[in-house]
Ligand binder design. Sequence first.
Ligand code: SF4
Length: 508
Amino acid sequence: MSELKPINGNLKLNGRLTIEQLNALPEVPIEGITYEQIYIEKEPICPEYIPPDESIIPSSKRSVVIDPGRICMPFGAMWASVGVHKCIPFVQGAQGCTTYPRYTFSRIFREPVSIATASFHEDAAVFGGRRNFLQGIRNLVYRYHPEVIAVVTVCSSEIIGDDIEGFLNEAWEMLEEEFGPEIRDQLKVVIIHTPSFAGSHVNGYDEAAKAFVKTLAKRRSPNNKVNIIPGMITPGDIREIKHILKLMHIDYIMLFDISETLDCPLRLPQKMPYYPKGGTRIEEIIDTANSLATFALCPDEGRGAANYLAKRYEVPGILGPLPLGVHNTDKFVKTLSEITGQPISEEIKDERGILIDAMADTFHYTMGRRVAICGDPDIAAAATRFCCELGMEPVAVFSGTQSATFAQEVWAACEEYGYKPVIFNGGDMFEWEDVVKKEKVDLILGNSKCVNISKEANVPLVRIGFPVYDRVGYQRRAYVGYRGGEFLLSLIVNTILDAKFPDDRVHQ
Ligand code: SF4
């Protein structure tokens, strides 16, 4: 095709050329299509011109998602798996499905994370992933000696229809032949089906939690412990939950305990293959069937496992709320006390008192502030209630993952305080952003995905939830419990002080 020549040296392809000018063009730009065919007469700007409706189309009526508030389902399964001691997730799919989660883990936790992949290429897409599975599992056992392998499926393996259970039977025979029959005692394999088109990271964690207890839990004698399924909260949060349990002298099984796998002390020398010292032990997961109760702190990230243990082993399940803020932490501590018979310790009452004191000290900064909240359903619902407790008005509350209880929980908290926020249950951030920009809000509580919105709307952001990748040390802090509430309150108030009274030393 020859080069396009400008007409009169001044060609503008902006839809304002006349037909004559277009016909005079020396060459058609795309074979088979003339300029005449692609020419669109724009509506003239005249007094009769009616501009299009500027309100955005809600995500429920759109066939595309703009700025999703969630990531893919296998990521949640990998998160739960790396909280198990000497467990390596094995991703039955392409390398990208592994690289991206590893990168996300490193960004958030600044720790190396071992995740294996079946490394699908074109042949696997055509013939299935059996060969990749067998080779991958064998290599993993041979080189890394894991105690648990969590097989995590992805979009491609689920669409191809890989028979993972069948592959695993074959793998066991192969492993027994090479490593001896004792390999069955040394290694556990948990299969987690997480096609990303079926849900988000939240659902992936939930699926993983259920798969682990379904595969491993066994009835034995009662252990007088409580099971805790933390959900996707920070290592600092998990340490805070352990702190509360310790103060109440309660024995526990902390499932998917990332507190010492994704926030691990650097102790040298390290030997290969390297495994962090922390994580839930297999024995503990087996023993979950014998506990007094299961607390799923984030119901959307533990409901499946808690319900399974309740149904199969009659271990009562307590589904949330996430103990963030005064009301929710009170509820958690009281339920713990009721179930275990342990009294609420004086230290815990003091920690509560310190939070209440901090709220009384700062209510004149928080009272009446309008806030927009964004995050995974359980954390967004809990943060909404805490904002209400601080006298702040939730204006727009968003969860990127659709949840059965989220809207109800947010509504119940806001109704108690007389607020009526716009609630987005599983929409995209584009529509939430629209409300944030239209309504005058004073503060955003959300994850790192809110940074651009916060800058464009010129509204300060307090980072909370997942993912937070642009703050150092975020993962080490606790936001749950009374002490976590006090820390979050300080973040909120200091952000308000910076934004509202930047030069006012009296207020500060
Ligand atoms: S959306 Fe599907 S294909 Fe993409 S990274 Fe996630 S699991 Fe892999």
